[in-house]
Design a protein around this ligand. Structure first.
Ligand code: HEM
Length: 145
């Protein structure tokens, strides 16, 4: 459960995030730093270099899709597990995504946010944000068995 200050820290940070900017950067960073994650995106075309990944329109579009899905977690802070139940099942049964990758994505997202907001992303806000993402990662992993 969330304290009032945690709730406002998450919502206030989220309100400042431009999904169309941060989503593509976070997904691109995952694909660059952990190149084995490219195996899930064989249909995305050229992922042969950092420049190709950053300039790939399918990566950009999918980064926005993933971050838009995070909006559902922010809007359902008390019900994140149920909110992602179907999505977890999809990633497990249909997409066969190894759930370790959710944590890698969460870490890359935090790094992109830290890079964007600098000192404004205080250690206290960061701790709350990472707690939020840990709940998201657990929810995305909840239908794996
Ligand atoms: C598709 C969310 C992490 C691989 C999707 C979709 C959503 C989503 C909303 C579209 C589902 C649909 O079309 O019905 C998320 C969230 C994540 C996450 C919220 C983490 C917080 C990952 C990671 C990987 C991954 C880490 C792989 C490394 C995929 C793939 C697709 C997909 C391969 C299908 C893409 C396509 O064919 O267009 N995800 N995802 N996801 N996701 Fe994730």
């Amino acid at each position: 459960s969330w304290s009032q200050s945690e709730r406002s820290a998450i919502v206030e940070l989220w309100d400042k995030i431009n999904i169309d900017e941060i989503g593509p950067q976070a997904l691109a960073r995952v694909l660059i730093v952990y190149p084995w994650t490219q195996r899930y995106f064989g249909q995305f075309g050229n992922l042969n270099s950092a420049a190709a990944i950053l300039g790939n329109p399918k990566v950009t579009a999918h980064g926005k899709v993933v971050l838009n899905a995070l909006d559902n977690a922010v809007k359902n802070l008390d019900n994140i597990k149920e909110t992602y139940s179907k999505l977890s099942q999809l990633h497990c049964e249909i997409l066969s995504v190894d759930p370790d990758n959710f944590r890698l994505f969460a870490d890359c997202l935090t790094i992109v946010i830290a890079n964007k907001f600098g000192a404004e992303f205080t250690p206290e806000i960061q701790a709350t944000w990472q707690k939020f993402l840990a709940v998201v990662v657990a929810a995305m992993s909840s239908r794996y068995f």
